[in-house]
Design a protein around this ligand. Sequence first.
Ligand code: AMP
Ligand code: TRP
Length: 342
Amino acid sequence: MSAPAFPTRIFSGIQPSGGLTLGNYLGALKRFVEKQDEGIETIYCMVDMHAITVWQDPEKLRQQTREGAAAFIAAGIDPKRSILFNQSQVTAHVELGWIFNCIARMGWMSRMTQFKDKAGKNSENVSLGLFAYPSLMAADILAYKATHVPVGDDQKQHLELCRDIAIKFNNDYKVDFFPVVEPVIEGAATRVMSLRDGTKKMSKSDPSDQSRINLTDDADTIAKKIRKAKTDPEPLPDNLADLKDRPEAKNLVNIYAALAGHTAEQVIKDYAGAQFGTFKPALADLAVAKLEPITLEMNRLMQDTAEIDRILGEGAERADTIARPIVDQVYDIVGMIRSRRG
Ligand code: AMP
Ligand code: TRP
């Protein structure tokens, strides 16, 4: 755990680069709500600056940012208890991001698997922002001196880099300024897989809509996607170890567990010997029961986009009051003249 000098504070972010998926919900959103409800200080951000590291249509980006914020609120984030805002409204993030670009090493960034996956064979042609992405992510977190970051499994490496940046900054400037953050990767669904291929992450950017459940899908669509999800012909076993080489089956069991708030062990006990003809409808019913109220509330909130913008603006002001003094201190530490501020 972090030193007492750094009180527990949670930060996390989601990119508005598409509609949110069941993966985002189970791996991130649902857990963000749990942390808020535990009474911990929680700061959540739609990271629009990260989204533009790959091309975004401006109108869609605005829409997706609002929709993401609506999803947070519909899932249970209370903008009074948590701070909820979009990244570009708090300039401390990009300011600290630049300083971190000068702390992080090219070699560290080159090793990021998400960059390698996203750039593929095209690394000469992707944006410079995509390469520097994890440095801005470290700035998001450390602009608040956040100590804990709930994320899905795919963000582990980025958080290790955030720790490296904090340590190098503290060492280079001989200060004990930034906390070394703890990733919080827990629960039955830290990695929700595609419904079409159990070896691929469920992602908002997958070209196949059948591969994912979107938080905007209606009940019929959810049920249909689960019915059509790829599986194998075997019944469910009575223990988790026997799911080892059955990624699609394992994924559906994990999704069931996370939605029900049970462990995967419990689910496999309850459904030992069941065929997918039985398990899939049960999963579809559960998914609809859990997701439909969120979708309906999201749709209701999206009727009043001015209210969503107001909430994001208010959140940004509250975020700024925490981040501004921290980033101002960073300017002092690195030796910038700040005479305008006195
Ligand atoms: P992104 O959509 O990439 O901005 O991710 C936002 C949050 O959702 C991060 O904490 C991710 O780790 C999490 N996340 C995204 N996709 C999945 C998935 N398929 N399974 C679990 N968590 C996920
Ligand atoms: N990189 C994260 C993702 O794609 C999004 C993100 C940006 C984030 N800044 C963050 C997550 C800070 C946690 C903390 O999922």
